[in-house]
Design a protein around this ligand. Structure first.
Ligand code: PLP
Length: 450
């Protein structure tokens, strides 16, 4: 018998990215509070949040300073728009702060409400750029298979997830996809570096196929997040950089997950030594305390799109929302003043990655990989042949459910299990995460009689 609350949820709540019928049958967990790296169900069950919510609570839960920043801003000025030759102090101050942390050639920030509409902004801004440059044929975007760039029409089209394209007749025209650098599943007999080069060269082949004069931009995540923490081989990004330098196309780096410290740098563009024209941001920008996203824009693009005689007819009611911006600013100030990003680089991410590698010894793990504060394991039945644990990636759901039983939130991306914990996680909490992950793998192996 479902509780009254469960029934209300089933009757009225259409949940995103969920099997709503399964939720109706099996019930749903009600998360009611959180502190540090832990979240709690209303029945008191405690979970170590290995996913920082949805890759976003970089600063951890329960920071009172963010609550105070929101409360103060809400009292003074809960809302005002940026359209009427007006701005607000939080929007301007946040733009300046982000520009100060971004690569030197990027000095402008356009605010949105989320990562999806930030990528829609990129879509329109890139096409506007080429129109203004007098090259209107440059309209095609090249993205990667298995990428995730959001759920709006343009963002889902830019993404490379087959199961999203199947619905709503996507991608829209003008978006094509190239290979992802997913060595474990697609590398075959090639070494990591050979495969990294091959995957990168699929970009060049596509540019030649479409015609340089028709290609507007290449968009990619520094490492694919929702695709299963696909970390590129060392050879991949240098080759992409070579190709991008050769052809006249813009480069959008989607740092919605990687931005604001997740790699141990403020932005992964620094981690991988990349020079994008646009960087998509959201999530860790406010540590998820309030919704906000944006695009960091290079001088090269800004000088054209809002340069002499130009304009860009685009914006959102909640662009730079003052309360969200005030919270994001406070979040960034704390990440900076407490040295959290530096700490991730020098101590916490090396420790996390070192301990995570222990999982590679487990009989149902084909590979353990990661960088910074993200990591993944591949679930297999047979380490040597890489045969997947179960048909249709069902092993991921089984493993995720055991993980929850064991008080650890891991996400299943198909049958790849991933983590992306708050950046403030301690070494003792990492130890707890690893022990719970090991127990979860044992439980999953037992379920499959392995
Ligand atoms: N880009 C990347 C790389 C993401 O991981 C996500 C969300 O997970 C998005 C864009 C979309 O962001 P949002 O869900 O805030 O619209």
């Amino acid at each position: 018998m479902k509780s009254e609350f469960q029934q209300k949820n089933t009757a009225h709540h259409f949940q995103p990215f969920s099997d709503n019928k399964e939720l109706a049958e099996k019930g749903i967990k009600l998360i009611s509070k959180a502190e540090g790296v832990y979240i709690y169900e209303d029945n008191g069950k405690k979970y170590l949040d290995g996913m920082a919510g949805l890759w976003c609570v970089n600063i951890g839960y329960g920071r009172k300073e963010l609550v105070e920043a929101a409360s103060q801003q809400m009292t003074e000025l809960p809302y005002y728009n940026l359209f009427f030759k007006t701005t607000t102090a939080p929007a301007t101050n946040l733009a300046a702060k982000i520009a100060s942390l971004a690569p030197a050639h990027m000095n402008k920030v356009f605010f949105t409400g989320s990562g999806s509409d930030a990528n829609d902004t990129n879509f329109r801004m890139v096409r506007r750029y080429w129109d203004l440059k007098g090259k209107p044929t440059k309209k095609t975007f090249i993205s990667r298979k298995n990428a995730y760039h959001g759920s709006t029409v343009a963002a889902a089209s830019l993404g490379g997830m087959g199961y999203m394209h199947e619905q709503g007749d996507l991608p829209i025209d003008g978006i094509v996809h190239v290979d992802q650098p997913y060595w474990f599943a697609e590398g075959g007999d090639l070494s990591q570096d050979e495969f990294g080069l091959k995957a990168a060269q699929s970009l060049e082949a596509k540019i030649l196929e479409v015609g340089e004069e028709n290609v507007a931009a290449f968009i990619a995540e520094p490492f694919q997040g929702a695709g299963g923490v696909i970390t590129p081989p060392d050879s991949y990004w240098p080759e992409i950089k070579r190709i991008l330098a050769k052809y006249d196309i813009l480069f959008i780096l989607d740092e919605v997950i990687s931005g604001f410290g997740r790699t141990g740098e403020w932005f992964a563009s620094e981690y991988f030594d990349l020079k994008p024209d646009m960087i998509t941001i959201a999530k860790g920008m406010s540590s998820g305390y309030l919704p906000i996203g944006g695009v960091i824009i290079s001088d090269k693009v800004a000088d054209v799109v809002i340069g002499e005689g130009a304009d860009f007819n685009h914006g959102y009611t909640y662009s730079g929302h003052p309360v969200a911006a005030a919270v994001a600013l406070k979040n960034i100030e704390i990440l900076e003043s407490e040295g959290i990003v530096d700490q991730v680089k020098s101590e916490i991410s090396p420790y996390l990655q070192q301990r995570w590698q222990e999982l590679a010894d487990h009989p149902i793990v084909g590979e353990a990989r990661g960088l910074g504060m993200v990591a993944a394991i591949e679930l297999v039945k047979d380490k040597a042949t890489k045969e997947r644990l179960a048909p249709n990636a069902a092993g991921g759901g089984v493993c995720r459910d055991y993980s929850m039983d064991n008080g650890l939130i891991m996400r299943s991306c198909g049958d790849i299990m991933v983590i992306s914990p708050p950046l403030v996680i301690t070494k003792a909490e990492i130890d707890e995460l690893i022990e719970k992950a090991k127990k979860t793998l044992d439980d999953t192996a037992r379920f499959y009689n392995l």
